[in-house]
Design a protein around this ligand. Sequence first.
Ligand code: KMH
Ligand code: ZN
Length: 275
Amino acid sequence: MSIVITVAPTGPIATKADNAHLPTAPEEIANDVHAAYRAGAAVAHIHLRDADQRPTADLGIARRVMDLIQEKCPILIQMSTGVGLTVPFEEREKLVELRPRMATLNPCSMSFGEGEFLNPPKGVRRLAARMRELDVKPELEIYDSGHLDACLRLYEEGLLAEPLQFSIVLGVRGGMAATPENLMMMARRLPAGCIWQIVAIGKANLELTAMALALGGNARAGLEDCLYLRKGVLARNVELVERTAALVKALQLPLADANETAHRLRLPGGHPKGK
Ligand code: KMH
Ligand code: ZN
């Protein structure tokens, strides 16, 4: 099976004070996404920032970022509905009205570092139903083992369409730690036929990405998850994507392009390989 690389260039927490290469303005985000596309990424996971670098769900900024990316390349845009810890759920869920090809769906509330990440059950169901209506493909973000059970309940309630698509997120303080044991346990528990990727936060990023690739998962790369290329060396987004693409190549696995990824996820407008 070919490997989907998702670039996650920005994220909700870090600022340029943590890594000066972090893209925050719409043009900066679009430029990094374009470079990542050229380096092998098929999907772009997008967080938005305002002029003061704060996370925002502003629809004007979202539209601008989507337009700038689409002018540059046909990468599949996955809008984060996680947005940032300070932005209310009711603002975050409106982002799917712009009909990105995909968006994240975070199934449960949790502690998140020093903050709280609020995803109330009624809001999650409302958002899942709306995404299904709009044909926006959810990526189900699983930070803890019970989050998988919550997603499977949404599926049983008819709120999610197959194929289910999961991110196993390891290394958020408040969720599962970034260990091989946790990755193995979660990968084993995933339902048959699903599509999944590893999101390994922090210094275990590279080794857990290698492990996920060996287990049949996809990969995510970018400054949202990992600010350093190696100890003491701050990364650029394109370097993290190039590193991941090199890892995929070293494992002798083919890379999926955007069109093949759309087809595999059964997104509207995805065509069989080569068409
Ligand atoms: N940075 C992720 C671990 C989302 O994008 O929907 C949490 C997040 C969720 O940002
Ligand atoms: Zn995110």
